[in-house]
Design a protein around this ligand. Structure first.
Ligand SMILES: *[C@@H]1O[C@H](CO)[C@@H](O)[C@H](O)[C@H]1NC(C)=O
Ligand SMILES: *[C@@H]1O[C@H](CO)[C@@H](O)[C@H](O)[C@H]1NC(C)=O
Ligand SMILES: *[C@@H]1O[C@H](CO)[C@@H](O)[C@H](O)[C@H]1NC(C)=O
Ligand SMILES: *[C@@H]1O[C@H](CO)[C@@H](O)[C@H](O)[C@H]1NC(C)=O
Ligand SMILES: *[C@@H]1O[C@H](CO)[C@@H](O)[C@H](O)[C@H]1NC(C)=O
Ligand SMILES: *[C@@H]1O[C@H](CO)[C@@H](O)[C@H](O)[C@H]1NC(C)=O
Ligand SMILES: *[C@@H]1O[C@H](CO)[C@@H](O)[C@H](O)[C@H]1NC(C)=O
Length: 295
């Protein structure tokens, strides 16, 4: 009861503060050895996507087209990737928006980021990826989706990523890895799927891909690190995943509901429990916001 009350209170508080603060996208620009960088600060808890400007002053002689890296600060709060980022920073090769409450990656979010090689969306709240979210990011080599809430991957979601070498989807809620997900990736080598809830794995992972290393620690059907996925040398435990795949009707079960008392004691429910505290976390973050520089 106390918890529910404090969540309600936090929500009311968050609403009050949100209604007084305008959504904004702001950069602090700096020269960095890896390239001219926008250190990003967004305030966009309602996920609007009609921004018309990016606040912040460029270094002398620099313009949007010079930006090579976009790195979010820890105080960024946004539930989407504002499309103004890719529309403005078209020559960026590294986009990193971490710890920022992103829940959805839409079809237009990354459309103009056509030379991106690293995308880091670690530690957000992503439950859905638009099926064509990565259609234009063909040069991505490194895609990091760790610590999100993905339960499945849209069919063919990674197909356009013909240069992808490393894919990290650790600590999500994936249950089944489908045939189509990793096929037609000529250079994909390392796939990290640790700490998911994988029950079944398509045998096509082994048969039709170039994946060399597959990390599967703390999943339901297998535990382990599989190096050089040669067909001969599958362990018994990975074999279970493959057998499961041929046996099963692909399930789409909802997120598990934590039984009473199962939060905060270190078990598979931990990250679901975390969802319940989002409102509080958000209001705290709003509380800590630095004053609006325009006031
Ligand atoms: C940024 O770095 C470049 C190359 O390292 C240098 O030419 C330029 O003067 C620097 N600009 C500023 C404003 O520091
Ligand atoms: C942007 O969208 C929000 C919410 O949909 C709306 O309230 C606001 O007026 C829009 N702003 C502009 C400049 O269109
Ligand atoms: C940013 O936030 C994450 C988790 O929310 C925390 O682990 C990390 O230490 C923070 N980094 C900085 C520089 O404050
Ligand atoms: C992605 O971001 C996480 C922080 O959440 C960081 O630990 C990790 O090193 C980053 N990975 C890359 C490849 O930049
Ligand atoms: C495959 O065989 C190699 C060499 O014997 C071994 O080092 C490796 O652990 C085996 N891989 C698996 C997944 O069992
Ligand atoms: C993987 O194993 C095969 C034989 O099963 C071998 O020909 C190949 O060179 C190995 N690749 C690597 C990267 O070790
Ligand atoms: C999949 O494998 C797990 C662990 O081996 C097992 O508990 C589960 O019942 C299997 N599911 C199906 C549908 O075969």
């Amino acid at each position: 009861m106390k918890l529910i009350f404090s969540i309600l209170l936090a929500a009311a508080f968050a609403y009050l503060v949100i209604s007084q603060t305008d959504p904004s996208v702001n950069c602090v620009y700096q020269n960095h050895t890896l390239g001219y960088t926008c250190y990003l600060n967004t305030f966009n808890p309602d996920g609007i996507d009609n921004f018309t400007k990016i606040d912040g002053e460029h270094l002398k002689g620099k313009i949007h087209m010079d930006v090579r890296r976009v790195m979010s600060s820890n105080t960024s709060t946004t539930t989407i990737i504002p499309s103004i980022l890719c529309n403005s920073f078209r020559f960026s090769d590294h986009l990193s928006i971490i710890n920022s409450f992103i829940g959805y990656v839409g079809p237009n979010a990354l459309r103009s980021c056509s030379v991106l090689t690293i995308l880091n969306l670690s530690n957000n709240k992503i439950t859905d990826l638009a099926p064509n979210a990565f259609e234009n990011t063909r040069f991505l080599r490194n895609l990091i989706l760790d610590l999100n809430y993905l339960m499945d991957l849209p069919d063919g979601i990674f197909t356009p990523l013909i240069h992808l070498q490393n894919l990290q989807i650790n600590q999500n809620f994936l249950q089944v890895i489908q045939t189509s997900v990793f096929s037609s990736h000529p250079v994909l080598e390392n796939v990290f799927l640790n700490y998911n809830m994988i029950l079944a794995l398509s045998p096509a992972i082994i048969e039709n891909t170039n994946i060399q290393t597959l990390y599967m620690n703390s999943n339901i059907c297998a535990n382990g690190y599989f190096y050089n996925l040669s067909r001969e040398n599958l362990t018994i435990s990975l074999q279970k995943c493959l057998d499961n795949y041929s046996a099963m009707q692909i399930p789409t079960t909802p997120l598990p509901t934590p039984p009473p008392g199962s939060c905060g004691v270190g078990n598979i429910y931990d990250r679901v429990c975390e969802l319940e505290s989002i409102v509080e976390e958000l209001s705290q973050r709003i509380d800590n916001l630095t004053p609006d520089p325009h006031k």
